[in-house]
Design a protein around this ligand. Structure first.
Ligand code: MN
Length: 432
């Protein structure tokens, strides 16, 4: 392999020198503040150190809209260059050591090379993602009118086989989960028989589920609309829950924050899925109007906090089988994708740490006393604590950057990649 530019541990340590003093000062103040409330800051830092959120391989390329895509400089051109970028993100924040692949976008010519590259970068593989929402060159049947739910059994067969191939590849590279999102649905009233489409979905998915190894999980991802604009087969969490339950214990629901109608109470959906033992994991992003795929925590940080409030509460309650997987799934249209993924992973950590600081006894008391103001102020108190020093300390402890974006910019990484990766014609990134 040629020696491509990397952000070295030494460079990060050097950058951290400039920020060490203020971090110590801020930590000391925050430690005193938390101590007054009986919270030991070291324990909180320890929790932050353990948190993991996977990054999607497709996130390191520039996304786009239905109207245009504006390619960035030095974009990764294949899965190996995507791993390079994912590795850089992890070096800066140290919480993103797992990468989620999308097949066939990331299908390698050699599985051994892929394994070797991941090992070299200190990365592992998160959930495999199958793609039956677009046609690939040379593909026999078209997914224009659906895949796993298509009225034609031959199309369904092709879509099932693709999912089986994703599982096989995943087994070789050490993945432990398959995420299935389908674009199937309809654009016109009467176009599709809702009941029959869902029956076909379950029939197809039963075959996929049967191929899931014992130590794997199968995530079903629902989505309200798009690419189908009248109806979607797996349209909401209720349908998702029903399907996951029908399939079996290894199947659970994946919640993509953008896949709900505006103003839907997502934290309550999360709570319901936890209660029903079917919360598999998340695709984190943010939105204003629809499935905008904006950066996590950029529009509705309080919602993100409230979701983590449910997650932390479930963790503390020791709910059996509660073990959700966290992943970012967003589209970067106007930013350097590395900077977006770095800051978004920090926002996930921030919401988690804030949720850890909720005074749960006082919240329970407020709930029991029917005191909504005390309940809300208890949550708000945790939400408004600036936990940045805790996040920075957790990163630093693992060799990451105190100020990751500043360190990234100072490294000149993007300029270097611009030289190493001259653009290839026809490279495109995707959004799911
Ligand atoms: Mn998603």
């Amino acid at each position: 392999m040629p020696t491509n530019f990397e952000i070295s541990d030494d460079f990060i340590a050097e950058q951290n020198k400039a920020n060490k003093d203020w971090l110590a000062e801020d930590l000391e103040y925050l430690a005193r503040k938390l101590d007054r409330r009986g919270v030991a800051i070291d324990k909180v830092i320890e929790s932050a150190v353990k948190l993991r959120v996977a990054v999607p391989s497709w996130g390191v390329g520039t996304g786009g809209t239905r109207f245009a895509r504006f390619p960035g400089r030095g974009e990764p051109r294949d899965v190996f260059e995507k791993l390079e970028d994912c590795s850089s993100i992890n070096k800066l924040v140290r919480t993103t050591s797992a990468v989620s692949l999308h097949i066939p976008w990331d299908k390698p010519e050699s599985t051994d090379d892929l394994i070797e590259a991941a090992e070299r970068h200190g990365l592992t593989f998160d959930a495999m993602n199958s793609n039956t929402f677009q046609d690939q060159p040379g593909q026999e049947k078209s997914y224009k009118f659906g895949s796993l739910t298509h009225p034609d059994g031959a199309v369904r067969r092709q879509a099932i086989d693709h999912n089986l191939a994703c599982i096989e590849l995943g087994k070789k590279i050490g993945s432990k989960a398959l995420t299935v999102w389908i674009g199937d649905g309809s654009n016109f009233a009467g176009q599709s028989n809702f009941r029959h489409a869902l029956e076909r979905y379950l029939e197809s998915m039963r075959e996929v589920y049967a191929a899931i190894p014992d130590d794997w999980r199968l995530f079903v991802e629902h989505k309200l609309f798009e690419p189908a604009f009248y109806s979607t087969v797996i349209n909401d969490w209720g349908t998702n829950y029903y399907c996951a339950r029908e399939l079996g214990d290894r199947a659970s629901c994946l919640v993509d924050l953008g896949h709900h109608a505006p103003n839907v109470n997502i934290e309550q959906i999360v709570s319901r899925l936890i209660q029903f033992g079917k919360l598999g994991g998340f695709h984190f992003n943010d939105s204003k109007y629809g499935d905008d795929d904006l950066d996590a925590g950029s529009v509705k940080p309080f919602q993100l906090f409230l979701i983590f409030n449910e997650l932390v509460d479930a963790g503390l309650s020791g709910i059996p089988g509660f073990n959700p997987c966290y992943m970012l799934d967003q589209s970067h249209n106007v930013t350097d994708p590395i900077e977006s993924l770095v800051t978004s992973s920090i926002e996930i950590s921030r919401a988690f740490v804030q949720a850890c600081l909720v005074d749960r006894d006082r919240l329970a008391e407020a709930q029991a006393d029917c005191d909504p103001i005390l309940a809300l102020t208890t949550l708000k108190e945790a939400f408004t604590i600036d936990v940045s020093p805790i996040l920075a300390a957790a990163r630093q402890q693992k060799g990451g950057a105190i100020d990751p974006v500043a360190a990234y910019r100072a490294s000149g990484y993007r300029t270097q990649k611009g030289k190493e990766r001259p653009a290839r014609v026809g490279v495109s990134a995707g959004i799911v």
